[in-house]
Ligand binder design. Structure first.
Ligand SMILES: [Zn+2]
Length: 238
């Protein structure tokens, strides 16, 4: 598989025969029949019925209890796809730093639990997103994270981690000192809801330095080479 513009999938979710899913490359459209919210970095989770047609409803998470695909769009934020093997419900969640700190992940998991899931029936894939190799934050933002009760084990590096998978230069340091691990924050919030670590797959693809061109909003702010939204979707098969 080419590393430059592939459709990526999670081996973990692919092991569940009752669903389909994909993390699409930048610019590719999701399935036409997909539901999805108008994303605002909130903790709002709605149903697929409420979020179809797409973007008519403000929401950062969508849950399907039927066979309609649910989708989110991201640039550097976490695209999180969740499957409940017990009820066969699925969810697509957009979780950037702001939305994660607002509680979108525990909110989405909580709604799946209310609908009959158990923590050990949930399988999650966190798709391509900005990784600590390229995600530099200021001290003030770090302090905001440290003060948030949902961030129980935030992880960051004071020296920029090298990413051996990089296919283009990593972000150049501006402040130097806080290279934040957003995927780890998302994973920790899922672990805190009781989901087993072996049922959380984090794709090792940094949107800034590893994914296809135009994947990263932040890279575009540095190089002005454009970016296009990336869609991720998940669907229970008929
Ligand atoms: Zn990177």
């Amino acid at each position: 598989m080419s590393d430059l513009s592939p459709v990526r999938t999670s081996a973990l979710l692919s092991s569940l025969g009752w669903l389909d899913h994909a993390f699409l490359p930048a610019g590719a459209a999701p399935p036409e029949e997909a539901a999805g919210g108008l994303q605002r970095h909130t903790a709002t989770v709605v149903t697929a019925e409420e979020a179809f047609p797409r973007k008519q409803r403000e929401a950062d998470g969508v849950i399907a209890t039927g066979t309609r695909p649910v989708a989110v769009y991201t640039a550097d934020c976490l695209p999180v796809l969740i499957a409940d093997a017990r009820q066969r419900n699925v969810a697509a969640v957009h979780a950037g730093l702001k939305g994660a700190l607002a509680g979108i992940l525990p909110q989405a998991v909580g709604k799946l639990l209310e609908a009959g899931a158990t923590p050990d029936s949930l399988f999650v894939a966190i798709g391509p997103a900005i990784a600590p190799c390229c995600y530099e934050l200021g001290e003030e933002m770090l302090n905001t994270i440290l003060a948030n009760p949902l961030a129980t084990a935030p992880r960051w590096f004071s020296v920029q981690p090298m990413n051996e998978r990089a296919v283009r230069p990593q972000a150049r340091a501006v402040n130097q000192g806080v290279w934040f691990d957003l995927p780890a924050l998302g994973k920790q919030m899922l672990l805190d809801k009781g989901i087993p670590a072996a049922q959380i797959d984090v794709l090792p693809v940094c949107t800034y330095c590893c994914a296809e061109a135009q994947s990263s909003y932040r890279r575009n702010t540095h190089y002005a080479d454009g970016y296009a939204l990336r869609h991720a979707w998940i669907q229970r098969k008929a």
